[in-house]
Design a protein around this ligand. Structure first.
Ligand code: ZN
Ligand code: ZN
Ligand code: ZN
Length: 375
C-alpha cells in the first residue's frame, strides 16, 4: 500500500514531520504523541508493519526527545528498512517482556498524550495501567490539521492519484450500463482504478435509480435500466495518496427534471469550488455550495457536509461543514461534493478533490461535470 511512496520521501522529510508533530503537540499542551500502526505512522515514518497484531508497535514522540519506535523484536528488521527509520531510535522488545513498561519508562508518568485514533483499546488500556497518572486525547481531535497541508511532493502524488481516477471515469463512461448489475460496473471501476496505478481501492459506489438517493449505497444486485440516473463515486490510494471523485451519469436521454437537478448540483459544486481561497473558513465552502441548492428549492435533500480532507487516507480533516471555522491554507486538499437525494427516485452528486493555492483553488479532477449520457 505504501511501497512506492517510500521513494518519494527521505529520512529528512520524515524527521521534519516528526519534529513538527512533536512541536505541535507541545503547543497543544500535550506531553507527547503515541502513534500506532496506521495512516499517522505511515505519514510520520513511512513504516507499515507486516501485520497489525496484539504485539505493540508504537511511535513515541515528545518535544525535545529523540523519536523512539517501540517495535516487536521479530519485526525490527522490517522497521529498520522503512524510509523514516534513519530518523528515529528503535526500541525492540521480545515476547515475554512487557512493552508497556518499556514505553512508560520513556514518558512523563503524569502526562497527557495524544494517541492515534486507530490504536487498539488493548494497547491504550495497558498504557493507562503502566502510567496510572496519564491521560489521553484523540490525535485527530487534538491535532486535526497535522497532515492537512501537503508539501510539493505530496501534491504531486495527490495530482497523480486524481488523474488516475479521471482516467478511470473516461473509461467507465464507455462501458455498457443497461442490463448490467451495479456490482458488475463496480468491479469494472475496481479493475480500472488498479490498472491506472491504485494499489488500494477504498470504495466503488454505483448507485442506480432510487439507490442513488442513498449517498453511501454499496453497489448491489440491482440491474441498471434505461432512464436511470447512476451515481458513481470511487477512489482509493495510489502510491500512498488518495483519490475520490463522483460523477452522476444518465442511461439514455434524461428528463427535463433530471437535467435540472443535475445542473443545480453542478452549479453548487462550482460555487463551492469558487469559495476556495486562503483565509476563507472551511464552512464558507459548505455555505457557498449549500446556498445554491437551497435557493433552487432542494435544501432539505442535501443531507451531508460538502467535503472532507484527503491525503494518506481518503477521509480525514479538514471537514467542509457548518461550524468549522478553521481557515483554508495553501496545500490543503479536500473534496467539494454537494448532492441532491430524492428519496425513492434518484440522486445526483458531483465531487472533485480541490487543493488550495496562493490565490484560490485547483481541481485535481477535471473530467466533464456536465451530465454524461451512457448506454
Ligand atoms: Zn432518467
Ligand atoms: Zn466520493
Ligand atoms: Zn468524498
Amino acid at each position: 500500500m505504501t511501497g512506492s511512496t517510500a521513494a518519494s520521501f527521505t529520512a529528512d522529510d520524515y524527521r521534519a514531520r516528526m519534529e513538527r508533530a512533536a512541536r505541535t503537540a507541545a503547543e497543544a499542551g500535550l506531553a507527547g504523541l503515541l502513534v500506532a500502526p496506521g495512516p499517522d505512522l505511515v505519514w510520520l515514518t513511512g513504516y507499515t508493519p507486516p501485520a497489525v497484531t496484539e504485539r505493540l508497535t508504537l511511535l513515541v514522540l515528545a518535544a525535545g526527545q529523540e523519536p523512539v519506535l517501540v517495535v516487536p523484536a521479530l519485526e525490527a528488521p522490517d522497521a529498520r528498512r522503512a524510509a523514516g527509520a534513519a530518523a528515529l531510535t528503535l526500541r525492540d522488545w521480545i515476547d515475554g517482556k512487557d512493552p508497556y513498561a518499556a514505553t512508560a519508562a520513556l514518558l512523563d508518568t503524569s502526562g497527557r498524550f495524544g494517541i492515534s485514533d486507530n490504536a487498539w483499546a488493548l494497547h491504550l488500556l495497558a498504557l493507562q495501567r503502566a502510567l496510572p497518572g496519564s491521560s489521553y486525547a484523540s490525535l485527530t481531535e487534538a491535532l486535526p490539521m497535522l497532515r492537512a497541508v501537503k508539501d510539493a511532493a505530496e501534491l504531486d502524488l495527490m495530482t497523480a492519484a486524481g488523474a488516475a481516477a479521471d482516467a478511470t471515469f473516461e473509461e467507465i463512461r464507455n462501458v455498457p450500463f443497461t442490463g448490467r448489475r451495479e456490482a458488475e460496473v463496480a468491479a469494472d471501476l475496481d479493475r480500472l482504478l488498479r490498472r491506472h496505478g491504485h494499489q488500494q481501492v477504498d470504495f466503488t459506489i454505483v448507485a442506480s435509480g432510487p439507490n442513488g438517493a442513498n449517498p453511501h449505497h454499496e453497489a448491489g444486485e440491482r440491474v441498471i435500466a434505461r432512464g436511470d440516473m447512476v451515481v458513481l463515486d470511487f477512489g482509493g490510494l495510489r502510491d500512498g495518496y488518495g483519490s475520490d471523485t463522483s460523477r452522476t451519469v444518465h442511461v439514455g436521454e434524461p428528463t427535463d427534471e433530471e437535467r435540472r437537478v443535475h445542473a443545480v448540483v453542478r452549479d453548487a459544486q462550482e460555487a463551492g469550488f469558487r469559495a476556495v481561497r486562503p483565509g476563507a473558513a472551511c464552512q464558507d465552502v459548505d455555505r457557498a455550495a449549500r446556498r445554491v441548492i437551497a435557493d433552487a428549492g432542494y435544501g432539505e435533500y442535501f443531507i451531508h457536509r460538502t467535503g472532507h480532507g484527503i491525503g494518506v487516507t481518503t477521509h480525514e480533516p479538514p471537514y467542509m461543514i457548518e461550524g468549522e471555522e478553521r481557515p483554508l491554507v495553501p496545500g490543503m486538499c479536500f473534496s467539494v461534493e454537494p448532492g441532491i437525494y430524492l428519496p425513492g427516485r434518484f440522486g445526483v452528486r458531483i465531487e472533485d478533490i480541490v487543493t488550495v493555492t496562493e490565490d484560490g483553488g485547483r481541481r485535481l479532477n477535471t473530467t466533464p461535470r456536465e451530465l454524461v449520457i451512457v448506454e
